[in-house]
Design a protein around this ligand. Structure first.
Ligand code: SF4
Length: 461
């Protein structure tokens, strides 16, 4: 049906050029995934993608509000676009994503020239309005869109929103309460992606471990992993982001027992001091977090662990910051995403707590974490030299192929006879031997000269 709609729309517009769209995206993988799905809807309808935002017929801004600065960037861009498009009724601006909360009256008053305000995953009003504006039929192009040319490692959102209400976080207010997609819908999307060449799927949620608690009959993430695992042609399966309180033994056992599920867990700890954790309303103590880490390591030997950490949360003393460093020293995470706490209007912390830590102190603490973490990563990556891994090729950059192993390590390697390297398609798995390392990536060579990368006349995407 979408193909028919596209053909009909294309024929209707064959005498004139196709209308163009541009989707601007900031934020997390959820937003990247939403933008890809929306773009697929536009393409099916008969629009053409353009990099030229200033002259696109339809501009969609997919926004993030986790930090005030991200929201300020989006509002600045909306203002500039509004000035540029003034008086041109044919052009359309849509704003999607976390900036659009359940109440939009204030946004509508501030930016009257925005044609559509859409909450995360609300694709239909954007596509319908664009279709009407340009005389294109949106039938069959709406819900359930899957990217036309998905990346070999792609994302599927499985649960939207969050029920945790951490005091520093705006997400529950903007994305709303947790709402799980049905397994049927997710599996259909995963099958379509695999049919289009995807080999590595990451299931996404703000709190992915709570998947399914709102569905009847009840289902959990372990059940869903089992079902997605059955898809023929899929090679790797992952999920993020986890919350320590919802990471059940069933989920851990699914990671251990299902061969396609990669042995990696992203488990944010956010702070190492119990008072700070309580003020953040994270719902666990440092001891409970470390117990969870022990449990994960016991159930999944060789697991790769990554985490998220906030430095300089309201009132955090040097001694309390040191407790975070203690956790980093004790666990030696494979990767740490560190952010400096910043005031975020609308959060509980912004109303009740005082952000009294100077910017310079936050920066200094982040530097301490980054420096320590670089040393850990350099040391642990060095130990991998000489080891063999299967790399799923994702692309070609500066004369070398690159991809990731099951533990999400970025690996670069060259193949002999590199003349045709740019014609190697992503999606092949190559066994490599690690030859060198840095804190952020690994260098390698194919492990077996006979197991050369298959070369086909398909350009790298
Ligand atoms: S778990 Fe906490 S930090 Fe994560 S999205 Fe929910 S409220 Fe925000």
């Amino acid at each position: 049906m979408p193909e028919t709609a596209r053909a009909r729309n294309f024929l209707d517009h064959k005498v004139s050029k196709l209308p163009t769209y541009h989707v601007w995206t900031v934020g997390c993988q959820m937003n990247v995934s939403d933008s890809e799905r929306l773009a697929s809807g536009f393409t099916k309808m008969g629009f053409e993608s353009t990099d030229d935002m200033a002259n696109a017929d339809v501009v969609v801004l997919n926004t993030c509000v986790v930090r005030q600065s991200a929201e300020d960037t989006a509002t600045g861009l909306i203002g500039r676009l509004g000035k540029r498009m003034k008086g041109n009724d044919d052009r359309m601006i849509a704003v999607m994503g976390c900036m659009v909360g359940p109440v939009q009256s204030d946004l509508r008053r501030r930016f009257p020239y925005v044609d559509v305000w859409a909450r995360p995953q609300e694709f239909d009003p954007i596509l319908e309005t664009a279709g009407i504006r340009h005389g294109l039929n949106p039938e069959g192009c709406l819900a359930g869109a899957v990217a036309e040319n998905p990346h070999v490692a792609s994302f599927i959102p499985i649960v939207h929103g969050c029920d945790k209400f951490c005091t520093f976080c705006i997400i529950p207010y903007r994305r709303g309460r947790e709402s799980s997609r049905t397994a049927f819908e997710i599996i259909h999307e995963a099958e379509m992606m695999v049919a289009r060449g995807v080999k590595d799927i990451t299931l996404l949620g703000q709190n992915v471990d709570s998947y399914g608690h709102d569905l009847r009959p009840r289902i959990d993430l372990a059940d869903l992993l089992e079902q997605v695992h059955e898809i023929e042609g899929l090679e790797r399966l992952r999920f993020l982001t986890s919350h320590p309180n919802d990471m059940s033994i069933r989920i851990l056992e699914a990671v251990r027992d299902l061969p396609k599920v990669c042995e990696m867990i992203n488990l944010p700890f956010q702070a190492g001091d119990d008072t700070i954790l309580a003020n953040m309303r994270r719902g666990y103590t440092r001891g409970q977090f470390l117990d969870k880490i022990d449990q994960i390591r016991n159930v999944i030997p060789g697991v790769t662990l990554t985490t998220d950490l906030i430095v300089g949360f309201c009132g955090e003393t040097d001694a309390q910051f040191d407790k975070s460093m203690d956790v980093l020293r004790a666990v030696e995470f494979s990767k740490v995403h560190t952010s400096e706490y910043s005031y975020r209007e609308g959060t509980y912390a912004s109303r009740i707590m005082h952000d009294g830590i100077p910017r310079s102190v936050k920066k200094e603490r982040k530097l301490i974490v980054d420096t320590f973490q670089n040393e850990i990563q350099a040391k642990n990556n060095q130990k991998l030299v000489g080891e063999h891994f299967d790399v799923l090729v994702e692309g070609y950059k500066r004369g070398r192929l690159h991809g990731r192993n099951r533990g999400d390590k970025l690996i670069y390697f060259s193949v002999p006879d590199s003349a045709e390297v740019t014609e190697i398609p992503p999606g092949q798995t190559v066994e490599v031997e690690i030859t060198d390392s840095s804190p952020w990536s690994l260098e390698a060579k194919p492990a077996n000269a006979k197991a050369k990368v298959k070369k086909e006349k398909v350009p790298v995407g």
